[in-house]
Design a protein around this ligand. Structure first.
Ligand SMILES: *Cc1c(COP(=O)(O)O)cnc(C)c1O
Length: 354
């Protein structure tokens, strides 16, 4: 077995892989492959309905929100959000916690004014800024709940007088959230929800319809909501595999069970990073992510030797992002604790020179 610590696209539950294989051969008893059926077939419509029901149930979603599945990755949302929510004369509030937040800020500036309330760029994004106030006249407040590249996580959200828009690409479904506190939540599927090719958007209905600009049809949230994610052909296969993944989350006990599991995995790894004389964590301890664990060696000239041992032990995807260096272990929902135990053992053995 290969231990898959990839940051994304990332590990999926075995049941989702098996279910996908079966659906590629014979989808829902149709005798056809999921790759060759109409997105308007009743069998696929049932898949979209089930995926929406699972999202609602797992997150305990209140009334007044819509769920849509879009293309273009989380990155397209960096544009769609300001297009749909920010008038040219208005200001949106952002907090800059890394590459993805910076990209969101850059795109928002194309559509209106941006007020960056706080940034952790001064320390290469190794902490989550806190203690800023969100202006009452902002069109919305945008944040990134988990910073995939740097390994920081927001463990609480600021009180906001305006709609909170959150990029949850790398921690959605990893722990319970209170959806009612958000105006919009979005997530590219390929970190913690499914394969690449689909983006989940959860939008509070009453935040839409307020901008004066003309919206291109495909970039208008309301069009996708009114058409149940079927205005055009959606990512049929990616939605199917995401649905199977969410089903697995439910079978495993839901997002609270995921939180218990993810906390146990990350505690185990951080404890070894803190104990082991060769390694150190890169982030402020209170902001350490349960999804992406970033660490380096005190002597970086040993990086390659550790990666060689990791390869020998079938520990895959551990090389850190180029902007942080060292190592990054992504511990998404589907990663079993046995994989973290194998990594910890490799770190111990490396320290002993085995
Ligand atoms: C990966 C990632 C993105 C970019 O996602 P794409 O689907 O590749 O556009 C955005 N935000 C966060 C937090 C991510 O982890």
């Amino acid at each position: 077995m290969i231990h898959n610590f990839s940051a994304g696209p990332a590990i999926l539950p075995q049941s989702a892989i098996q279910g996908s294989i079966e659906a590629i051969q014979n989808f829902a008893g149709t005798g056809l492959s999921i790759l060759e059926i109409s997105h308007r077939s009743k069998q696929f419509e049932a898949v979209v309905d089930e995926a929406c029901d699972l999202v609602k149930e797992l997150l305990g979603m209140p009334e007044g929100y819509s769920i849509i599945f879009l293309g273009g990755g989380a990155s397209l949302q960096f544009d769609m959000i300001p297009m749909n929510l920010l008038d040219e004369s208005q200001t949106a509030a952002y907090v800059n916690t890394g590459v993805w937040a910076s990209r969101a800020i850059k795109e928002a500036k194309l559509f209106g004014n941006v007020n960056v309330l706080a940034s952790s760029e001064d320390k290469n994004f190794n902490y989550v800024p806190k203690g800023y106030a969100i202006p009452e006249d902002a069109a919305y407040f945008h944040c990134t709940s988990n910073n995939t590249i740097y390994g920081t996580e927001m463990f609480s959200f600021p009180d906001s007088p305006v709609p909170v828009v959150c990029d949850m690409s790398s921690d959605i479904f990893s722990h319970p959230i209170d959806v009612s506190k958000f105006g919009m939540i979005y997530a590219g599927a390929q970190k913690n929800m499914g394969p690449a090719g689909v983006t989940l958007c959860i939008i509070k209905n009453d935040i839409l319809g307020k901008v004066s600009r003309k919206l291109p049809t495909m970039l208008n949230y309301q069009i996708h909501i009114d058409n149940g994610s079927m205005y055009n052909t959606p990512s049929v296969f990616a939605i199917y595999v995401s649905m199977l993944t969410l089903k697995w989350v439910k079978e495993m006990g839901g997002v609270s069970a995921m939180e218990t599991r993810n906390t146990a995995k990350s505690n185990l790894l951080y404890a070894e990073i803190d104990r082991n004389s060769l390694f150190k964590g890169t982030c402020e301890v209170e902001d350490r992510s349960r999804m992406n664990v970033c660490f380096v060696m005190n002597d970086p000239s040993q990086d390659d030797a550790f990666l060689a041992l990791a390869k020998e032990r079938k520990l895959s995807g551990l090389k850190g992002h180029r902007s942080v260096g060292g190592f990054r272990a992504s511990l998404y929902n589907a990663l079993p604790i046995e994989s973290v135990e194998a990594l910890v053992q490799a770190m111990k053995d490396f320290e002993k020179g085995i």
